[in-house]
Ligand binder design. Structure first.
Ligand code: ADP
Length: 393
């Protein structure tokens, strides 16, 4: 079944047509700088790239152009459903859902929790209904997979009313990726998914790790927002919340501005003063740049500590799985993490690790050692599979 996957952001719209039978991407593209004179729509099909200027386009104009491109390429007629990535589903959604009025209301209710993303996601859903009348739409939530976390994992130790009245708790994100990757890992391990205990490290620009026990997320590193947890490209991850009150008057800025800097000027970027990009930092560290080296050291140490913590709810680790741009490509980072987790029996196999595990079904640890795997994520395919399943039902 061919499914259109849409990921509407505040100034961008990512799209793909996925064929769920083959698992292949038919076309993928991105409208960028929506709302500006520089707005463009780019796409790639069968290895061929193309781009069209859409100056001044708003979301509606951008999506209309996407639909005309799909028509011109003869793809629009074959689409059987639209799968939308929705960032925050709060406690309303523990699985993907066919979009109806109740689902739209639920997504709207979660806007205070995802103020940057949910409104854009809703725009995508509204336009999808207009551009493809009669076609089923499905909402796939970043948070849904983590709704199985037990109370001791999702509650903050704060006044009870903050949770009860304001829904302040840990939600977790990257759920679509953690679910896809942990299922692939179970297949590679040759174990039923509901008997598998894995830790997935999704390391991209945003980074999170998740403990998956018998097919369910039991803990993850992100919290109320994606700022909590690991060191990321530009996000700090965990800091003492008192830092905000300490710094705001000293810097002469509001608490909101401090939080903005924790999101956009921290992490690898803040520590290195050079870049948020792991490739750049590994190269600079190799050339003797001490701050780049330090940024990588902090990134690895904090990640290793978090992974060790996620072993607690699992009791046993069948596999540690690396995914995302860094997880899939940065062999030296994987090696350093496995070294720091030697206490769990990990021992890297350098040859397999350099080959990103491709030679041996993803495995990058030595025979006899605890298993670590590299599994490429594919959130678009997971969204398409969910959509196809709900459409077929
Ligand atoms: P996003 O979270 O935006 O989807 P990605 O999953 O593409 O991002 O991950 C981006 C990160 O992956 C960047 O830090 C980038 O430097 C890193 N990365 C990609 N390729 C490599 C590589 N060959 N070696 C090291 N890091 C890499």
């Amino acid at each position: 079944m061919q499914i259109l996957v849409l990921n509407c952001g505040s100034s961008s719209a990512k799209f793909a047509v996925m064929d769920t039978a083959s698992g292949q991407e038919v076309i993928a593209g991105l409208a960028q700088r929506i709302g500006s004179p520089q707005a463009t729509l780019g796409w790639k099909m069968a290895g061929v790239k193309a781009e069209r200027a859409i100056p001044g386009a708003d979301h509606k104009a951008a999506l209309e152009t996407i639909v005309s491109v799909l028509r011109e390429l003869g793809l629009a007629e074959g689409i059987r459903g639209i799968g939308h990535r929705v960032v925050h589903g709060g406690e309303h959604f523990s699985a993907s859902r066919i979009v109806d009025a109740t689902v739209v209301d639920g997504i709207r209710d979660c806007i205070p929790l995802g103020p940057l993303h949910n409104p854009a996601n809703l725009v995508g859903i509204e336009l999808g209904a207009v551009l493809f009348p009669g076609l089923a739409q499905v909402a796939v939530f970043d948070t849904a997979f983590h709704q199985t976390m037990p109370r001791q994992a999702y509650l903050y130790a704060v006044p009870w009313s903050w949770y009860e009245e304001h829904h302040a708790r840990r939600y977790g994100f990257h759920g679509t990726s953690h679910r896809f990757v942990s299922r692939q890992a179970a297949e590679q391990l040759g174990r039923p998914y509901d008997q598998c205990r894995t830790i997935v490290a999704h390391l991209g620009n945003g980074c999170s790790a998740c403990a998956i026990k018998d097919g369910q997320s039991v803990d993850t590193t992100m919290g109320l927002t994606p700022l909590e947890g690991l060191v990321m490209g530009t996000r700090s991850g965990d800091v003492d919340p008192a830092l905000i009150g300490y710094l705001a008057p000293r810097l002469g800025i509001t608490a909101d501005k401090v939080i903005d800097a924790l999101n956009k000027q921290s992490g690898l970027q803040g520590l290195s003063g050079l870049s948020n990009d792991m490739r750049t930092l590994l190269e600079a560290a190799g050339n003797g740049n001490d701050r780049a080296k330090l940024a990588v050291e902090v990134f690895v140490y904090r990640l290793a500590k978090a992974i060790a913590g996620l072993a607690v709810p699992l009791g046993r680790i069948d596999a540690l799985v690396f995914t995302g741009g860094i997880g899939e490509n940065a062999a030296p980072i994987r090696a350093q993490i496995l070294d720091q987790l030697a206490v769990f029996g990990f021992r890297v196999d350098e040859t397999r690790n350099r080959a990103h595990g491709r030679s041996v079904g993803g495995r990058i640890t030595a025979d006899g050692a605890t298993t670590a795997l590299v599994v490429p994520t594919n959130e678009e395919l997971m969204i398409a599979l969910d959509t196809a399943a709900l459409v077929a039902a």
